[in-house]
Structures are given as structure tokens and as C-alpha cells.
Design a protein. Structure first.
Length: 287
């Protein structure tokens, strides 16, 4: 079996490639910049390609049985993913495992793009599965570490909204399992942590892990967006797609979902916020 991992230098693609390294499946890791790809294993083929180039996509799909479909989180998600699906339908018709999400985004621009991609996969008659994580701690919490180190506090705009935070390693394990085993056609695997917590509880877990108080400061949306925009240099459009729309969903109770998907598939409980905080304590302590 040969599996294509799109954006293998990305957070999800990289984690799934590592999860499949040294397994009995062949992995084609598609990256734009091979010099930045650091995962080495006998079963991994590094493929230099670009999801914005149709010819490159055709070559990447050649001879593969399954595809992990994930693209950068910008305004070209649907364009890139539909291109992959269209070319997959013309060729070997591999099974598509698409990264989706368990947060209820209603009809915001992000979910509209994902839905367009899914509709294309179905319309082309391709076999498919979805791996749909709730908010991932590596992006939702770890990204706050520089702010915590500098200001001594955790900042946000989600109030008491609870989230079924999930660890990246758990999402990667589920995706690797779905990609390398049979019986997943038409399934949407919503992957979450063991409990839904709010950011005040996240701050408590981090405080215990680090050994000092890290308070959570909730802010009005406009003030938080301005602060993050100034710190990151992101445009308002980039902020909306990559950060603000997610936190708005948290605040509105649209990320509370908790499932037993991980335990059913992997035979053990998912990583809790407390356990994850202990694993990443050094990042928040400034060491």
C-alpha cells in the first residue's frame, strides 16, 4: 500500500508521516521544500511538489492507494483540495482521507471551503473518510507560550466556553490508523480529548504543570484581535481564518463536543489537558 501525505511539512502532515514512519506501508511525503523535511525512514519517499501546480499534483498521485488531504489554512483550501480530488478521480481513484473538524463553524468562510472540498469528493464518486479533530492543543494552547513567558498570563476571548481539546499525537494516531487499515469508507471520525474545559481550566492545568500561577485574562474580541495582529503581523483576513473564527466558536459553545473515537480505535484513553500541560511545561516556563 502506498499513501500520499499532502503538506507533509505541515503540522498535521508531519505528525502523520512520523506516525507512519517505519511501518509496513509506503509513504510519499509531498513537500514544497525538501530541505526542510527532517523525517527519515526506509518507507518514506520525499516528493517535491506544489498543490498549486496541477502537473505536480498529477505526479504526486501516481501509483498511490490512499491520500491524506490537508492544505494550508488560507483562502485556497477548496481550490487546492478540489484540484487533488479532480486529478485523483481521473487516475487511480485512491481513497481520500480528508482533514475536517469537530468544531461547529456554521457558515463561516473556513467551513464553507471545507464543505466545498467534501462535496467535490462525493460528487466525483471517490471513496472517502474524514478525520475531524476538535481544537488541537498544539495550535490552541502551545501557540500562547511566548505570551505566557513574556507577560505571565494566558490571553483569550472565549469566556467560559468549553472545548474538547485534543492532542496532535492523538489526531495523528487516528489518521495513521484510518490511512493504513480497511473499513473506513464514508466514516467521519471526530477526535477529541477526554473532557471539555474552558480556558480558565487550561490556565489552572498549566499553572500546576509549571509550578507558578498563570492566570487567564479574557478580552473583548476586538482588543484580542488587535493584540494578536500586532504581535504576529497577520492581516485581519488571516487572523479571522486561522484564529478568531475558532475562538468565537469556543465562546458560543460550538466546540464542547467530546467523543470516544480515539479510545474505540486505539484502545486507550486520549490525552487530557493536564497530561498535555505536563508534557509541554518547559515551553510555558521559559526554559
Amino acid at each position: 500500500m502506498k499513501i500520499l501525505i499532502t503538506t507533509a511539512n505541515g503540522m498535521f502532515g508531519g505528525a502523520i508521516t512520523r506516525a507512519l514512519a517505519n511501518s509496513d506501508v509506503q509513504v510519499r511525503a509531498m513537500v514544497r521544500k525538501p530541505e526542510k523535511f527532517t523525517i527519515e525512514a526506509p518507507n518514506i519517499e520525499v516528493f517535491q511538489g506544489d498543490l498549486d501546480d496541477r502537473e505536480s499534483v498529477v505526479k504526486a498521485l501516481d501509483g498511490v492507494d490512499r491520500v491524506f488531504l490537508c492544505t494550508p489554512m488560507d483562502d485556497k483550501i477548496a481550490q487546492r483540495e478540489c484540484l487533488v480530488s479532480e486529478e485523483a478521480a481521473k487516475g487511480g481513484r485512491p481513497h481520500i482521507v480528508k482533514l475536517y473538524g469537530a468544531v461547529e463553524h456554521d457558515d463561516d468562510p473556513l467551513i464553507t471551503q471545507h464543505n466545498a472540498s467534501i462535496e467535490t469528493i462525493k460528487a466525483l464518486g471517490l471513496s472517502w473518510s474524514l478525520v475531524s479533530p476538535n481544537s488541537v492543543m498544539e495550535t490552541s494552547i502551545l501557540s500562547h507560550a511566548p505570551f505566557v513567558v513574556e507577560a505571565g498570563a494566558l490571553f483569550g476571548m472565549s469566556g467560559r466556553g468549553k472545548v474538547g481539546f485534543v492532542a496532535l499525537q492523538d489526531v495523528a494516531a487516528v489518521a495513521a490508523h484510518v490511512l493504513s487499515t480497511d473499513g473506513h469508507d464514508g466514516q467521519n471520525y471526530e477526535v477529541t480529548g477526554p473532557a471539555a474545559v474552558d480556558m480558565y481550566e487550561v490556565a489552572e492545568a498549566l499553572s500546576k504543570a509549571v509550578g507558578r500561577e498563570i492566570p487567564y485574562q479574557d478580552m473583548p474580541e476586538e482588543e484580542f484581535a488587535a493584540m494578536v495582529g500586532q504581535a504576529t503581523g497577520m492581516s485581519p483576513e488571516q487572523l479571522e481564518c486561522s484564529i478568531i473564527c475558532h475562538l468565537r466558536c469556543w465562546r458560543e459553545g460550538k466546540a464542547e463536543k467530546v467523543t470516544d473515537t480515539y479510545e474505540k480505535l486505539m484502545g486507550k484513553p486520549p490525552t487530557s489537558v493536564e497530561a498535555w500541560a505536563k508534557q509541554h511545561a518547559r515551553a510555558f516556563s521559559g526554559d
